[in-house]
Design a binder for this molecule. Structure first.
Ligand code: FES
Ligand code: FES
Length: 173
């Protein structure tokens, strides 16, 4: 019996066509078939949030999806958060605020924060706490992460206001 299916999807702006086992999770597909190991696996049952990616713009847990479910979709992983060599304001803010220690939760935190700032460019602290409430960090105590997301929001807003005639607010640039 053929247990593989063809899928055709876009990841971080690049198209991929692959044959995948129907039981392969999306997280395993990203890590083992595509080599995007920035997406981490912790609990593998939807609790820790470290496998968070953007699925057609929505933050999802890639350990809870099958690769075949991503056929035709557009994904963004932590590797796709920046397009050039420079760190984004969000990544810089994590650095500035010491918002990571071991770094295991960081990809999921960054993707979750990115999704929040896309949706809500000036979140309150309560909204930040709510947004990352599904992401577990065993090292930082969360406070530096909250400060980093807040800093990224402020810097992005300031940059947007400074850029000529553009009020586009994006955690990308
Ligand atoms: S590995 Fe997916 S939520 Fe923990
Ligand atoms: S930095 Fe270690 S789990 Fe968050």
């Amino acid at each position: 019996m053929n247990t593989k299916r063809a899928i055709d999807l876009t990841i971080n702006g690049k198209r991929y066509q692959r044959q995948v086992e129907v039981r392969m999770t999306l997280a395993d597909f990203l890590r083992h078939e595509i080599g995007l190991t920035g997406t981490h696996l912790g609990c593998e049952h939807g609790v820790c949030g470290t496998c968070t990616i953007l699925f057609n713009g929505e933050a999802v847990r890639s350990c809870l999806l099958l690769a075949v479910q991503a056929d035709g979709s557009h994904l963004k992983t932590v590797e796709g958060l920046r397009t050039g060599e420079e760190l984004t304001p969000l990544q810089l803010a994590f650095h500035d605020q010491h918002a990571l220690q071991c770094g295991f939760c960081t990809p999921g935190m960054l993707v979750t924060a990115y999704a929040l700032l896309k949706e809500n460019p000036r979140p309150t602290e309560a909204q930040i706490r709510e947004a990352i409430s599904g992401n577990i960090c065993r090292c930082t105590g969360y406070q530096p992460i909250i400060k980093a997301i807040s800093q990224a929001a402020e810097r992005t807003e300031i940059r947007s206001q400074k850029s000529e005639g553009s009020y586009r607010r994006s955690p990308d640039n």
